[in-house]
Design a protein around this ligand. Structure first.
Ligand code: 5AD
Ligand code: SF4
Length: 476
C-alpha cells in the first residue's frame, strides 16, 4: 500500500541543484463545494513560518466552503501543523495523535491530517504509517496547495489515506488564498527555505532551498494589509538577511526594507537574522526608517569558536561581537535578543563558559535557550557526545539565570515611562487586563477603558518584571 504514496526522503531534500518553479495558484472548480456543511480545526506548533502556513491552509479550506470549527472536538477535519526542530515538539504531536484516536473512535468521519516539518521526515512518516492508523492525510511543506486535491481524493473515496510529501528545493506560488488569524498584525513571507545547513538543524531539509519572493509581490501584499487596517507586518524568512541573493536582480534585504518602509505601514518587524549576512547597508536602512521597529533578533547559538565551527555557523565569536558592536553603535536604543543551544555534542566546560561570556558581553533583552536535540539526518546526529543529560540541564539553568538577570536589568529603564503598545487583546487569564507589545517587542500587560484589539495606546509602566511590563493606559 505504501508505494502509492509520495513519501519524504531527507537525503533528496539535501539537494540544491534544480531551479525553483514560480507560479500563480489556481483552484479547480470541482474542489470548491467540497467543504459544504463541514468544519475544520488547525492546531499549529512551532515557528512563525508555521503560523503563516496555517493561515494558508485555512484560506484554502475557506475557499472550498469549509467553516472554521468553534469546538475542536466537533471539527470534521483536524489538521496538526507540526514542528521538527526539537524532539520535545515532536513528542507533543504524538501525544495529541493519541487523544485524537479516541475521538476518531466516536466519530468515524473525522479526518486527521498531519503537515509541516514532521511530515518531511521519513522516520516520522514510517512511524505514523505503522502505528498511528488514525491519520488519514499527510502533506509536506511543499504540498500545501495540493490540499484541495488530497481532500477530494479522500471524500470521493479514491483513496483511504492521502499522502503527498515532496522532497525538493521548493516552489514560489503566489496568490494562494489566506485567512489571517489576526486583524491588526500580519506575517509576510519574504523568502522560504534555508541554505545555511547548520549541522544541528533539520530546517534546510524540511523547508527546501533558500528562495525569495519578488519585491513587488511583497510590497503589494504589505500595501493591501495596510489598506485593510493592519498596523504591523513581520517579514518572515529563516534567514532574512540573505533575501534576494537567489534572485540575482541586484537587490537585497536593505532594498526590501526601504521599499516596505515606504508603504507607510506603522510597524515593520523582521525575523530571523543570520549574523553572517547582516551588512552595513541593512543597518543603515533600519536606522533611517522610523517605521522599522527597534528590535533585532540575532541568534548566536554558542559563544565558543570551536562549537560554532562544529555547528557550521560560518562566523567566529569575534565576528559576531564586531557585528553586535556595529549594530549597537548605529542602533543604540534597540532591544536585542538571541537564540542559544547548550549541550551541543561534546560541549566542554570552557565552551559553555564562552557562551556565558557572550551573554555578559551583549546583555541581551532576552534569549531563547534550548538544550541540543539530536535530529536524525543532520550531520550533528553522527557526532560523538559524552556529555550527560544532567550536565546539560545544569548548564541550561545557569544560563537562564544570567538571561533573566539581564532581561530584568534591561527592563528597569521602563519604570514610570510611557510606552506605545499595539493591543493584542484581553489576556486569557483575566479579561480586564489587556496585553500587547511595545515597538521594541516588550510584552506589556495593562488595564484601562475603551481598549480594542489593534489600537495603538499609550501605557504608563508601573511595574517591571523580567519578561514583561505592567502598566495602565493613559490618554495620549
Ligand atoms: N536542538 C536544539 N535547538 C535547536 N534549534 C534548531 N535546531 C535545534 C536542535 N537540533 C534552535 C536554534 C534556532 C532555534 C529556532 O531553534 O537555536 O535558532
Ligand atoms: Fe536552521 Fe541554521 Fe537555517 Fe537557522 S540558519 S534555519 S538554525 S540551518
Amino acid at each position: 500500500m505504501k508505494k502509492d504514496y509520495i513519501l519524504p526522503d531527507l537525503n533528496k531534500a539535501r539537494n540544491r541543484r534544480n531551479e525553483i518553479n514560480r507560479e500563480t495558484f489556481n483552484i479547480e472548480d470541482k474542489y470548491l463545494d467540497l467543504g459544504k456543511n463541514k468544519t475544520y480545526f488547525i492546531e499549529t506548533h512551532g515557528c512563525q513560518a508555521n503560523q503563516r502556513d496555517s493561515e494558508t491552509i485555512a484560506g484554502l479550506l475557506d475557499n472550498m466552503g469549509f467553516l472554521n470549527a468553534n469546538d475542536e472536538n466537533k471539527a470534521n477535519i483536524y489538521i496538526i501543523n507540526t514542528c521538527a526542530v526539537r524532539e520535545g515538539a515532536e513528542d507533543k504531536v504524538f501525544g495529541k495523535l493519541g487523544s485524537l484516536k479516541r475521538l476518531k473512535k466516536e466519530r468515524k468521519d473525522l479526518i486527521i491530517g498531519i503537515c509541516g516539518c514532521m511530515a518531511q521526515e521519513e522516520k516520522t512518516i514510517e512511524r505514523i504509517l505503522e502505528k498511528y492508523h488514525q491519520v488519514d492525510l499527510i502533506f509536506g511543506t511543499h504540498n500545501i496547495t495540493s490540499l484541495p486535491k488530497l481532500l477530494y481524493d479522500i471524500y470521493s473515496q479514491k483513496t483511504k489515506k492521502a499522502i503527498e510529501v515532496y522532497s525538493k528545493e521548493g516552489d514560489i506560488i503566489e496568490e494562494v488564498p489566506v485567512t489571517r488569524f489576526m486583524s491588526h498584525k500580519a506575517w509576510v513571507n519574504i523568502m522560504y527555505g534555508c541554505d545555511k545547513f547548520c549541522t544541528y538543524c533539520i530546517v534546510p531539509y524540511t523547508r527546501g532551498k533558500e528562495r525569495s519572493r519578488l519585491i513587488e509581490d511583497i510590497v503589494k501584499e504589505v500595501n493591501e494589509l495596510k489598506e485593510s487596517g493592519y498596523q504591523e507586518v513581520c517579514l518572515l524568512g529563516q534567514n532574512v538577511n540573505s533575501y534576494g541573493k537567489d534572485l540575482k536582480l541586484g537587490y537585497g534585504f536593505d532594498t526590501l526594507l526601504k521599499e516596505v518602509a515606504k508603504t507607510g505601514i506603522n510597524r515593520i518587524r523582521f525575523m530571523t537574522s543570520h549574523p553572517r549576512d547582516f551588512n552595513e547597508d541593512m543597518i543603515d536602512a533600519i536606522r533611517d526608517n522610523p517605521n522599522i521597529c527597534p528590535y533585532i533578533h540575532l541568534p548566536v547559538q554558542s559563544g565558543s569558536n570551536d562549537i560554532l565551527k562544529k555547528m557550521n555557523r560560518k562566523y567566529t565569536i569575534e565576528e559576531y561581537k564586531d557585528l553586535f558592536d556595529r549594530l549597537k553603535a548605529k542602533l543604540p536604543n534597540f532591544a536585542y535578543t538571541t537564540d542559544i543551544i547548550v549541550g551541543f555534542p561534546n560541549e566542554s566546560d570552557e565552551d559553555f563558559k564562552a557562551t556565558l561570556d557572550i551573554v555578559d558581553y551583549c546583555k541581551y533583552d532576552n534569549c531563547f535557550t534550548f538544550i541540543y536535540s539530536k535530529r536524525s539526518g543532520t550531520p550533528a546526529a553522527n557526532m560523538e557526545d559524552d556529555i550527560e543529560r544532567k550536565v546539560k540541564e545544569e548548564r541550561l539553568q545557569e544560563l537562564n539565570k544570567k538571561v533573566t538577570y539581564y532581561a530584568n536589568l534591561n527592563n528597569q529603564k521602563y519604570k514610570d515611562q510611557i510606552v506605545e503598545v499595539l493591543v493584542d487583546g484581553p489576556s486569557k487569564k483575566n479579561s480586564s487586563v489587556y496585553s500587547g507589545y511595545t515597538l521594541d517587542n516588550k510584552l506589556v500587560n495593562f488595564t484601562g477603558d475603551n481598549i480594542k484589539t489593534g489600537d495603538l495606546v499609550k501605557v504608563l509602566i508601573k511595574e517591571v518584571m523580567s519578561f514583561s511590563l505592567n502598566g495602565v493606559k493613559v490618554d495620549s
